[in-house]
Design a protein around this ligand. Sequence first.
Ligand code: ATP
Ligand code: MG
Length: 416
Amino acid sequence: MNPALAAALSTEQREVYNAIRAYADHRNVAVYLVGGAVRDWLMGHPAGDLDFTVEVDAIDFARGLMEAHGGQVTAHERFRTATWLWVGHHTDFTTSRSETYPRPAMLPVVTPAPIERDLYRRDFSINAMALRLRNDVLVDLHDGQGDLSRKEIRALHARSFTDDPTRILRAARYAARFGFSVESATREWIGHGLAYLKDLSGERVKYDLELIFGIPQPERALILLREWDVFRAFGISVPEAEALRARFDAIRLHLRMWHTATINLTRAELIHAIGWGALIYNLGQLSARRWLDLIPHTAEVREALVSLGVLSTLSATLFDGKPSRQSDILRPFSGLALLITWLFDHSASKRAAAFSEWHAWRGMQPVTTGDDLKARGARPGPIYGKLLASLRNAWLDGEVTSADEERALLERLLSQ
Ligand code: ATP
Ligand code: MG
């Protein structure tokens, strides 16, 4: 293996690579490492997931690997691609193919084709390089190496963004992630693709915007998209550049502090949900609604994003009063909605209340229970709830600070 490539791969990735290479030699099949891993290696970055293209049927190839080495294969019939899970790594195989787009923004029709055609269907020159495993030769037909050294994102042909407008979102993501500029003809072609953005399914828009939320500085990509009039093309507004910067700064500054264990989302799902929050918070009903109509979310995320409409417009003066009153106002909202409010609201008192409600107030219970009230001879009914709430509120407001004080308060309440 090429030593620079070896340095970009983890031990397990080298194991995967060597297994694939040996199997390809054994079957006498042309296999290429393609896309991100080649780009990352040439940039001196550690490689992410490995993608391979084979000049035979990829599903067949992956299943053969599984028979030889074990692991699991997931096949996607429509595009003849497969994922091989082995030694803890997901490795993707695609059948080398050409693509034709029956209509702009629709998914392509694919036909098996040699590697040269396969590279031509790709998004940018820096992602269109391939390493032939058999002889370690780099196939770079579109001067991806030149663009890496010029630090440019360059599409391969004028129709690229009309065929697949998600590439507009991808261009902004790579430019932001690597600090590259967008080559001038490419910039112009992006302009031609804008009109087709609205033909994309919400699913696809979601996928690529969430990839943006996952990079270290998403605001850079979002600001580019804003400059390119991408959001206008969707008929949706987003916060100004300055606000986007402030919001993603807040995420970077605070997110580690937040105890996420009690929000029922994976880390990645949380990052995505907060990214949507950064776009939607305080945006105004019309644009917020447009985002929510366009993008499919899980029930939990959707509910949180919808509730931001209320949370962001609650008057800050509501959060100057007693904690028990503030907690009453915030109790209906989910932890995720409170987290987003804490991150992005302008009012320091509202932010503090959102934080306290989620971290402290919500979990506070009086020492006294319903059983205690029964033992004291109070007749069961709505009065139980009221008594327990009064005791809880007294704790929140600092009026009782010990079990004895709570019992004393209960005596007073019962005697009334
Ligand atoms: P990273 O995952 O680091 O963003 P990657 O290159 O691995 O980079 P993937 O999304 O895994 O990105 O895609 C693998 C390759 O498939 C890309 O490098 C690119 O060549 C090609 N590709 C992916 N999406 C598109 C697209 N929408 N249009 C054209 N080519 C694409
Ligand atoms: Mg990849």
